[in-house]
Design a protein around this ligand. Structure first.
Ligand code: SAM
Length: 151
């Protein structure tokens, strides 16, 4: 039977986040031009400014191979969001919708998801275009837009 704790050749393991019920460890932070929600784009654009994703040193080896992708997903924690609204009435259109029908940052677990264009990787810094989060927003995960071997 396979050992689920097996470390294969070339793999690196570090101490995992503390156990907890769906506990998260922030693995980096975003460096963007925006310091207030009002000035931050609602959704990032491929022609938006270059932003830097700082991956904390411990997790930097996890970037190996990411440079093979043009498009990646970034998942982050919208840390200044309120978390109590189940329906919302966005100022822009006057209608009311359920939180799960919106991309609003206001949600019970304020995860942000952006599909961004990879500009480059230097050490533990991933430069991308297409983000829409405040400077200092905590990073949760990065993943390519497809499996590495799916062509
Ligand atoms: N692209 C992501 C998504 O769809 O999951 C986030 C979209 S959300 C509409 C983007 C907005 O969230 C920004 O315009 C800004 O008002 C707000 N925002 C950005 N960073 C935030 C943060 N760290 N905490 C709270 N709100 C934030």
């Amino acid at each position: 039977m396979a050992d689920i704790n097996e470390i294969r050749a070339g793999e690196i393991a570090v101490s995992p986040p503390a156990a907890g019920d769906a506990g998260l460890e922030f693995i980096g932070r975003m460096h963007t031009p925006w310091t207030s929600r009002a000035e931050t784009p609602r959704q990032g654009r491929d022609d938006g400014p270059i932003c830097r994703i700082e991956v904390f040193d411990k997790w930097a080896p996890a970037l190996k191979g990411l440079d093979a992708f043009e498009t990646i997903f970034v998942i982050y924690w919208l840390h200044q969001s309120r978390r109590d609204l189940v329906t919302q009435s966005p100022r822009s259109n006057g209608t009311t919708l359920g939180t799960f029908a919106l991309r609003s940052p206001v949600r019970p677990n304020p995860l942000g998801l952006s599909q961004v264009k990879l500009v480059g990787i230097e050490g533990n810094i991933v430069s991308v275009r297409g983000l829409d989060c405040l400077d200092g927003t905590p990073l949760i995960d990065i993943k390519p837009d497809r499996c590495p071997h799916s062509g």
